[in-house]
Design a protein around this ligand. Sequence first.
Ligand code: HEC
Ligand code: HEC
Length: 305
Amino acid sequence: MKRRHSIAAGFAVLALVGIVSTLAAERGAPPIPPAVSLSTGLLLEPPLDLSGYSRETFVAQSSSVGTNRIGKKWTRPVLPLPPHPRPGVKGLTEAEVKEYMLAVRDRFEQGEAVPVSDVGLVSTQEDVIRQPMLNHIAAFSNDVVRVYLLVQKTSTDKGWSYFSIVQDVSVTPAVDYFAEAKKSGPKLEAKSCYKCHASGPLAIHPAREDLILDAGLAAAINQHIAEQPRSRMHFPKEDPADEYGEAMAMKFCARCHSAEGDRAPLHRTHSHSIRVLVDFGYMPPNRRLKPEEVAELKAWLEKGK
Ligand code: HEC
Ligand code: HEC
């Protein structure tokens, strides 16, 4: 990543805040490898052809959210939130969760967030939407929460929508709350988010190397996401969980994605993100699957149809 400030300045920031994520940024988070399909045969549709979509168009469309709100200089990839008002809290209330969601929405609107802007890979591919999906993503935290904001539209939508994840880390395992963060008030939901978000926030993956504003910031946020504690989805009463069937047991995934692993178990409902992340070589993180493993994964995904 690009270094944004001197080591001396970095130490000053460290001394002041001592946030782990600052350390991550100082260490230089590993850059996000460019998205290149490995043609595994896992995708249901061919990779979306973005050759007609220029960086200039991306920057213009992305900036329509307000140039005062994006492309910020930064030292800390994860902005600090004020301490939680209830000291020693163990388990946030839904009302407290919603307050965090509105607070980060407000900070973004005031130009006080540090968002990374991209065209996301996962939502752009496949049968979800086959057109560029523009995202602005910002991360915040204090001792009890990790909060994420996503401001999003497709390249043809007029207005921007706001989504938020609040991860309550005052309990073990941490609990993830999801909502569209409408100004009138967030309405918690889970089912529609869970099919991509198997384990809380998703790492950022631009659809093309140049469709991002500040790759260094994205890498630092990804490191924060990869280092998060194990979490579970909060299914609100109004939006209960479905019956998700057997969890994926194949060792080459389940050694990390399982009840005992770093990330929550994967089910067939997560097929979309599984197909895209494996086909583009992001999963598993440290090696490529062997052809027989791809075949095994494909068979498992298809068994559930
Ligand atoms: C089709 C898959 C998909 C669905 C469904 C989905 N998301 Fe996401 N979401 C993503 C991807 C992919 C990213 C990372 C985008 C990128 O790479 O720029 C993301 C990012 C986010 C972020 C920013 C933090 C992070 O995870 O990186 C928030 C907040 C978020 N989503 C909230 C929601 C909420 C709330 C819902 C349900 C209402 C939802 N999402 C449904 C795919 C999805
Ligand atoms: C060495 C540990 C490890 C292995 C093995 C691994 N993953 Fe992951 N996976 C992660 C981590 C860490 C994340 C979150 C950060 C990221 O996306 O880079 C993740 C994220 C994901 C996600 C997004 C949902 C989530 O949990 O955030 C999917 C889907 C996924 N992996 C699928 C797979 C599949 C399918 C395999 C097997 C082919 C696999 N992974 C193997 C560590 C692993």
